[in-house]
Design a protein around this ligand. Structure first.
Ligand code: SF4
Length: 383
């Protein structure tokens, strides 16, 4: 039986949006007016990179408020979704040996590449492996300090937003010897560049809503290459419905004026240069590598391992892990196409059938930032 406890009708979502945000109706009207005045496009495709933007768009029914000619596409901005399955396989193996694996709750049910009974760290723990959920890297450090006779490995999943916290503790020399870090950290601007280069025929983008949290670290200037090199207008956006609607409006305005540029709509949080202290920590503690993105491929200069100075804590170096092209798509799962914005979750035959938030089959259904999970929990659907 399909359980869809959170779904309500689209009219309820929109009523909620307008009640909470009286300006939203005006901006939506302006979007319709503008869309009617933009020439030269059959369809305008705008990609929101970030899972949290996807949540805002889906939860408030913003897609249904758009004119026919505008399509909002979810991008690869869910770090759990793009974390390689072979990292999970490796951690499952270690968790049955001498290590305790420390993971965020978000990655706990992330499937590896095996289709057998132990697919995730969650499954491994239920079979007696040593796996624990932590809330932060501080939490991991505390556990390792309190149990000096055990070996721990921390599964570090995330984008630029989560990298500085781990970096700061390493930088201060506060990480005990019995704790190593498997860095699945990924940098976001390189993946946008990769999408525009590698999939230029398949993915046509006319505008990008850039991630607000990531930009608070890397700075809005990190996205300048989109208008400069690809003629794609970009808006760094906050996460309230009003922020997202305004960002769409600004993109349309730039398209109408044929002047692609960079607008920072999230100035209350994001500076052009970002957070200089966090950027310094990232540059100091990590080494940039070509890294594999699940379902996408090996992307130049898009990943981070710990730099040589911290090599005694770096799982890539300690265990000789290599980044490589890898076929880790799960049979029947179309998550690779979902994260590239090539299809919608509802186009996967397993969506809310064999793959649900309660029992995720593919990676995009695991995390609260995964597009499939967001759609499953927020979209009114008739199945
Ligand atoms: S619904 Fe599940 S199986 Fe289908 S693409 Fe999404 S994560 Fe993969």
């Amino acid at each position: 039986m399909i359980v869809m406890k959170m779904n309500v009708g689209i009219d309820v979502l929109i009523k909620k949006l307008y009640e909470r945000n009286p300006l939203a109706r005006d901006i939506v009207e302006k979007i319709h007016e503008l869309a009617g005045r933009i020439e030269g496009y059959d369809r305008i495709k705008i990609m929101n990179f970030c899972g949290t933007h996807e949540w805002t768009i889906t939860h408030y029914g913003i897609r249904s408020l758009m004119p026919e000619s505008i399509e909002l596409i979810a991008g690869p901005g869910c770090p759990v979704c793009i974390t390689p399955g072979y990292y999970v396989d490796f951690l499952i193996k270690l968790s049955f040996e001498e290590y305790t694996v420390l993971t965020y709750g978000d990655a706990y049910k992330l499937p590896g590449t095996s289709l057998k009974h132990i697919r995730s760290l969650y499954d491994a723990r239920s079979k007696g492996a040593s796996v624990e959920v932590v809330y932060s890297f501080y939490d991991a450090v505390r556990k390792a300090r309190e149990n000096k006779n055990r070996k721990y490995i921390f599964f570090a999943v995330g984008f630029e937003t989560t990298m500085p916290t781990t970096a700061e503790i390493l930088y201060r020399g506060e990480v005990p010897e019995n704790l190593v870090v498997l860095s699945a950290y990924r940098f976001t601007p390189p993946i946008m560049e990769y999408l525009l280069n590698e999939y230029s025929g398949d993915i046509i983008l006319h505008g990008v809503i850039a991630p607000g949290h990531v930009s608070a670290i890397v700075g809005s200037r990190a996205w300048e290459f989109l208008p400069k090199e690809y003629n794609v207008p970009v808006v760094v956006s906050g996460f309230e419905p009003i922020d997202v609607l305004l960002s769409i409006y600004f993109i349309l305005k730039m398209l109408r004026d044929r002047r692609p540029g960079l607008i920072n709509e999230y100035r209350r949080v994001v500076k052009p240069e970002g957070n200089l202290y966090a950027r310094k920590l990232i540059a100091e503690v990590y080494e940039v590598i070509d890294a594999y993105w699940r379902g996408i491929g090996l992307v130049d200069k898009s990943g981070a391992v710990l730099s040589k100075e911290y090599s005694s804590h770096d799982a890539h170096r300690i265990f000789g892990l290599e980044e490589k092209e890898y076929k880790d798509n799960i049979p029947g799962c179309k998550c690779g196409e979902v994260v590239l914005g090539l299809i919608k979750p509802t186009q996967c035959p397993l969506f809310l059938r064999a793959c649900t938030p309660e029992k995720p089959y593919g990676p995009c259904m695991v995390s609260v930032e995964g597009t499939c999970r967001i759609w499953a929990e927020n979209i009114p659907l008739k199945l």
